[in-house]
Every structure is written in structure tokens, then in C-alpha cells.
Design a protein around this ligand. Structure first.
Ligand code: NAD
Length: 426
């Protein structure tokens, strides 16, 4: 059996222009079969080996970043995708490539939903960056459309594929007993919020990187949130004229009784040894797991370069004997999972439901978005009250009745303490 999966990449910045682009270059050269054994899909290697992948288009806000990505892709594959730019270039791509199979979305956090919905409306599968979106109402729209059209929406939750996390989920988790509490942190460089992103003020450190850990905890325990509280600080970025949170801390309580603290910032000075600082700990009734995701044991220093660490598990280049480099790591694995599902859907007629266990789904992402959405509301209220000397008493409750914000300060204003912001069961 032969066939082609046609891809378009929307957003070619720090992540789209690097990890997605390089992963799709390897697909263009050699198909998906070489990647399958890494995620336990080796039984499909022969089935999927004949299918080719074609990156038909790359779209970005500016023409220069779109053409730069196309130049890089052409250098490594010999194939040049068509480039698009503008405010809604994904619409031009959908018009010009009527047989598109997959739209890969790597636009800024607040700009995922319109791209995803436009693709789904045209019957195109989606591989999207996290967070899938920032609003639970948008998440519902995405899930509804994908379900109704039998389309794959795979969310890039690559922490699921980190070899350490696979070991924790499959073995260590069972040894440490019932989870009691934990902490998960991801601290990003100051450079990201001050110079890389033009959109820092429209997102925040928890919405940006918190979803990685929120999804991982869901993937480990499949326990839904019951309540949360959140606070944030604004002291460093305002010095740069950026009205955004420096750091956000969220505590989520879950139906299984565990309480997990998520700590995120994007103000780490460049002197820090690694690209990001990250890790997690979970304490159970019979033990504890600690996972330092930043320092994996590889550290080096040299004159003028400071002391540095690298995480070769995330992505690494492997030299080909004939020249050039291939690209592997858990950063690629989660894209592979979604694309393998698309292949099973397109070429073997598997239904969306049959494939749901194989990749991070829109339904999984909806739960993460519920937490991100509620945390933003609670954090803003607590920030306002803290500034006025009233402390941080606001929380959110999740349940079969939806999401309720509980704000005791409102009682003093004669208003209801409870405000329902979402009406469907979580
Ligand atoms: N999975 C991960 O570990 C990871 C890491 C970094 C970023 N991300 C996510 O990837 C997404 C992109 O992040 P980034 O770091 O590449 O950001 P970035 O700001 O470097 O790049 C954003 C890209 O989107 C493009 N863009 C902006 N507006 C557009 C529009 N209207 N139409 C088309 N393109 C548009 C920009 O031109 C740029 O190419 C974000 O959602 C981010 O959270 C994920």
C-alpha cells in the first residue's frame, strides 16, 4: 500500500521552526517507520514504512521567518515547502492545499484555537503545541468538532515520553503507594519572556509550561481535579515594561486525595547552567520519587562559556554515516505518536475512538485547559487582593456542576461568594 501524508506547519518560531521542522524533515526523508520503536509502536513499522510525508507549506506571521524555515527544510531534504505569511495564513494554506492531511500548530499560546478549528472544519487532522488552548469553552469546541468529524487532535505533551517518566508511570509509581502530595517545577529563561516572545503579556508562565506537568500527573494517575488555588508575582518583567507575571504557583487537589504544587517562572537569569530548570517529586504512602529533569548527569564548562548542562533525552542529533544528521528524543516522540495515529486513521480506517489510547488527545488536554483556565481567574483575583492587603483567599472548585470560583471577599461586597464560570461536568 502506498500513500502520502501532507503536512503544513503554522508557526515557525523558537519551537515550530526547530523541533517540528526538524522532525518533519526526517519524515520527509525516511517516513515514520524509523521512529516507531521508540514509543512501542514497532509492530506497525512494516505497515507504515511505505507511506511518505510531504511538508507542503510553512506559515508564519512574518515572511522572513517563513522563508527562513523553508530554506532550512530545503537544505536538509532537497524539498522546498511553499511559504505563507500574514495574520491568518492558515486560511490561505487550507485554500491552496485541499488535500492537506495534518495541520501542525506552533503559533503563540493565545493563537491555537482559530487555527485548530479552521483545520478541523476542513476535515484536516491537527498536531498542536501545548496548551491546546487557554479557555475551557474553546476546548469544548475543539473536542466537539474533532469527535463529530472523526479527526485526530494530538497535543504535544512530550513529558509522557521522557524515559524517566515512562519508568515512573509503569513501575515506580506502583512502588511508592498512594500518592499524597508532590511538586512539579519548570523555570524558563528570562530571554524567553523578554526577547523571544512578543506575546508574553497574553500568556503567563503556568499557562505556557505548566501544562506539561499537569498532563504528566494526569497521565500517571488519571485522577481529576477537585479544587485549586493560585498566586502570581509581578516584579521583574515590569522592569522591562512587560505587563506579565514573572512566576505563578498553583496547588491542585485531586479526586484521589493527592495535592500537587506546580511552580513556574520565566525569569531565570542567563547565568543558570541549563536551558531550563525542571523536575518533580511525588511522595506516596510507601515511598517517594524524585526526578531532576534538568541535570541528567551531563555537565561541562569551558573558558568564557560558564558551567553548562544539556538534556540529551529531549532531542539529540545523530550523525548519519553518509553525512547529515537525524533527530531523535522524547521531543520528537510525541509528534510521532500523533502522526502514527493519523496514518492508522487515513490508511487503515481505524476510528478516532480506537486510536485514543495511542496519543495525548484533545479530551486529555481539555482537563489541563480546565486547570489553566481556572488558575488564571483565581490568580488574578488573588493578585488584586494581595496588592490591597487582603491576602490570597480565592480558590476554584471542579465537579459535575462545572467550575466555580469561590471568592470570600465578595461576601463583604454583598455579592455571592460562588461564581459559576463553567456549567458542564469536568
Ligand atoms: N512543547 C514544548 O516544549 C514547547 C516549547 C516551546 C514552545 N512551545 C509552544 O509552541 C508555541 C509556539 O512557541 P514558540 O516558542 O515557537 O513561540 P515564538 O514566538 O518563537 O514563535 C511563534 C511563531 O508563530 C508565528 N505567528 C505569530 N502570529 C501568527 C499568525 N497570526 N499566523 C501565523 N503564524 C503566526 C510567529 O511568526 C512565529 O513563527 C507556543 O504555544 C508555545 O507554548 C512548546
Amino acid at each position: 500500500m502506498n500513500g502520502t501524508i501532507k503536512l503544513a506547519l503554522i508557526g515557525a518560531g523558537m519551537f515550530g521552526g526547530d523541533v517540528h521542522l526538524r522532525a518533519y524533515a526526517d519524515l520527509q526523508r525516511s517516513g515514520v517507520a524509523p521512529q516507531l520503536g521508540r514509543i512501542g509502536f514497532d509492530r506497525w513499522a512494516r505497515d507504515l514504512a511505505p507511506f511518505t510525508f510531504d511538508l507542503a507549506a510553512v506559515a508564519s506571521r512574518s515572511e522572513s521567518s517563513a522563508t527562513r524555515a523553508c530554506d532550512i527544510f530545503q537544505q536538509s531534504t532537497g524539498h522546498r515547502p511553499r511559504h505563507y505569511c500574514g495574520a491568518e495564513p492558515w486560511m490561505d494554506v487550507l485554500r491552496d492545499v485541499p488535500d492537506l492531511d495534518v495541520m501542525a500548530v506552533a503559533t503563540p499560546d493565545p493563537l491555537h484555537t482559530p487555527v485548530i478549528l479552521a483545520a478541523l472544519r476542513r476535515g484536516v487532522h491537527v498536531i498542536t503545541e501545548k496548551p491546546m488552548c487557554l479557555s475551557i469553552h474553546e476546548a469544548d469546541q475543539i473536542v466537539e468538532l474533532a469527535t463529530g468529524r472523526n479527526l485526530i487532535v494530538s497535543v504535544d505533551m512530550h513529558k509522557r515520553y521522557d524515559p524517566d517518566h515512562l519508568r515512573i508511570r509503569d513501575e515506580i509509581r506502583n512502588r511508592i503507594g498512594d500518592p499524597l502530595y508532590g511538586v512539579a517545577y519548570l523555570e524558563e529563561p528570562l530571554e524567553v519572556s523578554t526577547s523571544r516572545f512578543k506575546w508574553a503579556a497574553q500568556s503567563d508562565p503556568f499557562s505556557y509550561v505548566g501544562p506539561h506537568w499537569v498532563d504528566l500527573i494526569w497521565h500517571y494517575y488519571h485522577s481529576k481535579p477537585v479544587s485549586l488555588t493560585a498566586v502570581g508575582q509581578k516584579k521583574r518583567l515590569i522592569l522591562e515594561g512587560i505587563q506579565a507575571y514573572d512566576a505563578v504557583q498553583v496547588r491542585v487537589d485531586y479526586a484521589n486525595g493527592m495535592s500537587i504544587h506546580f511552580h513556574n517562572n520565566w525569569i531565570t537569569p542567563p547565568d543558570f547552567e541549563g536551558p531550563v530548570n525542571q523536575g518533580h517529586e511525588i511522595i506516596g504512602t510507601d515511598g517517594k520519587v524524585e526526578s531532576d529533569q534538568q541535570f541528567r548527569g551531563l555537565r561541562y564548562w569551558h573558558k568564557g562559556g560558564g558551567s553548562r548542562t544539556v538534556n540529551t533525552h529531549f532531542t539529540r542529533e545523530i550523525a548519519r554515516p553518509e553525512g547529515g544528521k537525524t533527530y531523535v528524543g522524547y521531543g520528537v516522540d510525541s509528534l510521532t505518536a500523533g502522526l502514527a495515529a493519523v496514518c492508522r486513521r487515513k490508511f487503515f480506517g481505524a476510528s478516532r475512538d480506537e486510536l485514543a489510547a495511542l496519543y495525548p488527545t484533545a479530551e486529555d488536554a481539555r482537563l489541563t485547559v480546565a486547570i489553566v483556565h481556572a488558575a488564571a481567574l483565581v490568580r488574578d483575583l488573588n493578585f488584586k487582593y494581595t496588592q490591597s492587603g487582603l491576602g490570597a483567599p480565592v480558590t476554584a472548585r471542579f465537579g459535575s456542576d462545572g467550575i466555580t470560583i469561590i471568592d470570600p471577599i465578595r461576601a463583604g461586597e454583598g455579592a455571592s461568594v460562588f461564581a459559576r464560570v463553567y456549567e458542564k461536568a469536568i
